[in-house]
Design a protein around this ligand. Sequence first.
Ligand code: PLP
Length: 477
Amino acid sequence: MRRSTGKATEPSAVRRAEHQPTTPPGRKGNTRERRADGGGRQVAAVTAARFTTLAISGSYDHAESAHHLGALSEPAHLATAQSFPSMDAMLAATAEDGDGWVYSRRGNPTVRILEQTVAALEGYGVDAEVSATVTATGMGAITLATMPLLSAAAGPKPNIVASPQCYGSTTMVFDKRYGQERGVDVRWVADPLSVEDWARRIDDGTRFLYAEVPSNPTVQLVDIPALSALADRAGIPLVVDATLATPALLRPLALGAHVVVHSLTKAAGASGRSMGGAVIARHDLGLRGQPEELSADYAGYLRRGPLRDMGAVLSPFNAWTILSDIRELRGRVDAMSRTAHAVARHLAGHAGVVEVFYPGLESHRSHHIARRDMWLVDSELDGGEAENRFGFLVCFRPAGGVRAAHAVMDRLGLIWRANNLGQVRSTATIPGATTHKQVADADPDRVTVPPDMIRLSVGIEHLDDVIEDLDQALQAR
Ligand SMILES: Cc1ncc(COP(=O)(O)O)c(C=O)c1O
């Protein structure tokens, strides 16, 4: 629990306790704890609240603000290092467990506020302690979350079991960086919806299971509770990239997963100003063959060891811009998902479209899992029933093949031709020719993305304008 001393400028030796990982409160109601600050004044801290309240005030509350001259929004601490009033204070801070600010590669106050916010949102409703570590990019988070699990100290001949329905660079990290360069046996699951298919590839050398939910770009899901149970039995973690879901729609830790990764470059940082990534993990993972300190608090272990040593930390400026966006995550993802669902329905009935991929459509292969697992967080509090939301990514194949798909892309007027997703602006690309081209180039037999498929990431423009733009691009064929 953080304590407020009420001082705005105190050395990190005193401030150390302010930057411990937050224990996410989950859905325990909107309770506020009264506590005394350093001057005996009572201050209220939001220790358990609903999702949107946590996004706004969960880790930057009145007490935290008092440490930043009362600033109403989180300040960006851009200095690379902290200075100390004495040698003793410097030695004390340097000897700490690594959560304080000394040098911004090992910790920074603005970055810590983002880590605490991400932990609170991803850990919402999770009946366990959770902490988070943020990184320079989403790929930085994926590498950081997985590489330490492959340590030679945990035994010879490691293998990993993964869904092939993954972002192109993730496939490259596993195949090239781990498989070809380090001799890791990478076992791609033929049918990620088949739990038996996963089970039959796991053995004593398996270090982790990996899936993207929903996957980029074909928006497939996996059965997280069933795969978590497999991982539990094997004493290994299930690592889930939940970038496309965001914690507003699906929280894998609450479904049993052990580690979650995110690209914060996407819907978390929706205004498109910063790249970032996050690793979020439950505590006490009890992993077979791994050091106790790694299992105890994996995200904290990563921050204090591998991340600090390897150095791909998030810039405080980027943390600051992402904090601005993440505050409004639920409302934005709700709006984007509603529009995306309407767009998917429209495209499904369009004569110029041969196939639509959207988990909210009954025709989609993972629809049954999406209906079970993808809910707008706290929607039951808005007036009764909980409501499904299926995200902002819609993929479709225009009639006429690859050339027609390129022509449709060229005619888009409102929608931006760009390789990012989850942004406030709608964007479109052809993943087979761009974001996932490297997978097909490396192994032409493993094509997981149709070459004529357009990936549309729906933003917060008005539905009618998005549909009008798609219609004119499709009709002019
Ligand atoms: C699902 C998913 N995970 C990870 C990444 C990598 O994120 P970044 O570009 O921030 O490294 C991406 C990028 O598109 C992605 O779509």
